[in-house]
Design a protein around this ligand. Structure first.
Ligand code: EPU
Length: 433
């Protein structure tokens, strides 16, 4: 079991390089199944969710060749099976993309019910199923697997109106429709940067998708996708997390390899708090010297403030002067981490979807738990800003989505280290033994 030990209270200074976007990578890798040829994918983040995605593809018969740490070649010309390994697929939320890609290419898919971060509440996939059904597939759940199949092996293009704006459903339906017969229109589609990234990837392999990044996506089905090369966009949320860390600790950091437009929603909120952000080409210079002021935040689908930055901004606001309101507008609830922040002295009350955050002068280090990926990022930020030592457990969640987080933070002056400890049951066993 790995833990992070953090000595807080040190401002951050220097430069940090942002990796490829996790939520683009975990869609684009399964989308390689649609391609009858070799896809070379660059700027892949080195995180455990990506490793799992690649393992799932390999198990289905894909040839995977690592070119370097961030580039991989995937060859899906000789796929053996359309049924995914149960234990691998259920570990990760993004395994639902295997349904769209396998169904789109082979007319059938059998994928374990997806797992992934559980931040409270349900994570339904009814809109994905609605899309596959509209395209002509029969979808059922049996023995923990979602089975989807279309008679005759090819889906048929149609119009699909999503009842909720869903990132996953938009991308999954896009994958299924790319080789369907005729045209598909997805209305009320999500507009996140990774949706545009997936469309660009598929188009570069021979697909015909227009309108990604707007709420209407039009797909003209093609017969076949062939190989090519593609580089994944930088991770908006990873960049936002480092920006929030600088806001919380103070200091000055150049955040490199980002697309500033994708950062606008986060930059605007930090500026409202009194953080200085200067944009230059593909970098943002983030500086916080004075005290931070309160603000209100509501998470919304893109281009609104991202839900995946909600725990991090709440942590920043816990240290700002005055009372801030944070409202979760995407998920039913995502505040499990608040109790952990309270252990460090934060003053936050949660009522359903709203957190009332009374800023405090300082936080103090404590043993805390990362309950999910972004909650874990919030724990790291809080620990970096807090006086004294914190011990963060559950860091395997953090490592699902943040490449080299310890090394990147150390390079900008943070006192953080990863330590291996026997887990509690082993400790107990040792004591009894
Ligand atoms: N929803 C439905 N039915 C569906 C799908 C979604 O009602 O069939 C609802 C959800 O319950 C939620 C809302 O629609 O209230 C939005 O969910 P969405 O489908 O957009 O989420 P997702 O695709 O499952 C992705 C990211 C999440 C991120 C959300 C929102 C991946 C693998 N996951 O999830 O990322 O929070 O979009 O932006 O791309 C993370 O990276 O930490 C993370 C959890």
């Amino acid at each position: 079991m790995t833990k992070y030990i953090v000595q807080g209270g040190k401002p951050l200074f220097g430069e940090v390089e942002i990796s490829g976007a996790k939520n683009a990578a975990v869609a684009i890798i399964p989308a390689a199944l649609l391609v009858d040829g070799v896809c070379r994918i660059e700027n892949i983040p080195q995180i455990s969710d990506v490793t799992l995605c690649l393992k799932i593809l390999e198990d289905l018969g894909a040839g995977i060749r690592s070119i370097n740490r961030h580039t991989v070649e995937i060859d899906c010309s000789h796929i053996r099976s359309t049924r995914t390994n149960y234990d691998l697929a259920r570990k990760i939320r993004a395994s639902y993309y295997l349904i769209g890609s396998l169904l789109g290419r082979f007319g059938e898919a059998s994928v374990a019910m997806p797992g992934g971060c559980n931040f409270g509440g349900v994570r339904p996939i009814d809109q994905h199923v609605k899309g596959f059904t509209a395209l002509g597939a029969k979808v059922s759940v049996e023995g923990g697997f979602i089975n989807a199949a279309v008679e005759g092996g090819r889906l048929k293009g149609t119009n699909i109106y999503l009842d909720v704006v869903s990132v996953g459903a938009t991308m999954n339906i896009m994958m299924a429709a790319v080789m369907a017969e005729g045209n598909t229109v997805i209305e009320n589609a999500a507009k996140e940067p990774h949706i545009v990234d997936l469309a660009n990837f598929l188009n570069s392999m021979g697909a015909n998708i227009r309108g990604a990044g707007t709420d209407t996506i039009k797909i003209r089905g093609v017969e076949k996708l062939t190989g090519g090369s593609y580089a994944i966009i930088p991770d908006q949320i990873e960049a936002g997390t480092y920006m929030a860390a600088v806001a919380a600790t103070g200091g000055q950091v150049l955040v490199k390899n980002i697309i500033p437009k994708h950062m606008d929603c986060i930059t605007a909120k930090l500026q409202e708090c009194g953080v200085e952000v200067e944009e230059q080409d593909d970098t943002l210079l983030v500086r916080r010297t004075g005290k931070m002021q309160r603000t209100n935040v509501k998470t919304l689908p893109y281009p609104g403030f991202p839900t995946d930055m909600q725990p991090q901004i709440t942590t920043v606001l816990a240290l700002a002067e005055g009372t801030s309101l944070v409202t979760e507008g995407v998920w039913g609830s995502r505040y499990r981490y608040v109790d952990e922040l309270k252990r460090m002295g934060a003053n936050i009350q949660v009522d359903d979807k709203t957190a009332v955050v009374e800023g405090v002068e300082y936080l103090t280090g404590a043993p805390v738990q990362a309950y999910d990926l972004r909650a874990g990022a919030a724990m790291v930020i809080a620990a970096l800003a807090a006086r004294g030592q914190s011990e963060i457990s559950g860091v395997q969640y953090i490592e699902r989505g943040y490449e080299d987080i310890v090394e990147k933070l150390r390079a900008i002056g943070a006192d953080i280290r990863a330590v291996e400890e026997p887990d509690d049951s082993e400790t107990l066993q040792a004591r009894i033994g």
